[in-house]
Design a protein around this ligand. Structure first.
Ligand code: HSE
Length: 299
């Protein structure tokens, strides 16, 4: 028995929602093949496209599946995993989450679905912990549930799938540099001013409301981050210019995708999303930064 999977990329944080908000990209992702075999345990047999550890305990997909099998007290079933990476680690679009969620989703299917997709989040978080030192769920939750998700709490785990406005598109540009999530977390401040916190939770509340009422103007007004973006943006080439040009091209807003260096913009309608892509490309072509770019409808 084997299963072939598409493992979607994700945008974590979505500006104001550091560690709590995330969304799923339907057109950017990895592929994975998982095979049920006679030898018990989990073996990563192949990783194509990236140089990542094959040892099960050192691989995000491996540790996620091990956590799942342990929960089931399952010592008899065996799985082989082949990973075809399209998402580069350190790109900011949830490379580790794509691997860990794909693996737990696939193994769950092959086992006859002992868990639902919500349950799988907890196992996939083990992969995030291995990758970044922190078991954050804001990439794995949207990868497993689709659309927008909100992590109200990680202990105990409380994840809410949110509504997605019907005309919403994401444009994501990835300047070809690597930013490790662990490093991008290290530079953050551990204290913040009450005034800043008030602005941030005002924005996140409004953003969630806008998703349900499909109020694109409110969504646009809420897509701000006063806490993380000012610090992390220094790691990203021409960040302010890209943001400015996204706005000029009609984007609702833009920000750092996950821990960067990718920059995302949200747009109402596909045409605007393409215009935003052209505007982003023009900035990087001018400053001589090479990039990948993706457009995805958010479903
Ligand atoms: N919320 C995490 C961070 C996402 O920004 O560090 C990492 O992809």
């Amino acid at each position: 028995k084997e299963i072939k999977l598409f493992c979607p990329g994700t945008i974590a944080n979505v500006s104001c929602g550091f560690d709590v908000l995330g969304l799923c990209l339907d057109t950017t992702g990895d592929e994975m093949i998982i095979r049920k075999v006679d030898t018990p345990g989990v073996k990563i047999t192949k990783i194509v496209g990236q140089d990542l550890p094959l040892a099960t305990e050192k691989n995000v997909a491996g540790v996620a599946v091990l956590a799942m099998l342990e929960k089931l007290n399952n010592t008899t079933d065996g799985f082989e995993i082949e990973i075809y990476k399209n998402i580069k680690p350190g790109s900011g679009i949830g490379s580790s989450a794509a691997s860990s969620t794909g693996a737990v989703y696939g193994v769950n299917e092959l086992l006859g679905k002992p868990f639902n997709n919500h349950d799988l989040i907890e196992f996939a978080m083990k992969g995030e912990e291995l990758a970044s030192g922190v078991p954050h769920a804001d990439n794995v939750a949207p990868a497993l549930l689709g659309g927008f998700t909100l992590v109200r709490s990680t202990t105990p785990l409380d994840v809410i799938k949110l509504n997605t406005p019907s005309l919403l598109y994401a444009t994501v540009i990835h300047p070809q540099i690597e930013v490790k999530t662990a490093d991008a977390r290290q530079i953050l401040k551990s204290k913040l001013r009450l005034k800043t916190a008030i602005t941030q939770w005002g924005n996140i509340g409004a953003l969630v409301s806008a998703l349900y009422t499909e109020d694109y103007d409110l969504l646009s007004r809420s897509l701000h981050d006063e806490i993380v973006e000012p610090i992390r943006s220094i790691l990203i080439p021409a960040f302010d210019k890209v943001k400015e040009e996204c706005k000029n091209a009609g984007a609702l807003g833009s920000g750092i995708s996950g821990s960067g260096p990718s920059i995302f913009a949200l747009s109402k309608g596909e045409e605007t999303a393409h215009k935003v892509a052209e505007a982003m490309k023009a900035v990087y072509d001018k400053v001589g930064v090479s990039y990948d770019i993706h457009i995805s409808k958010i479903n």
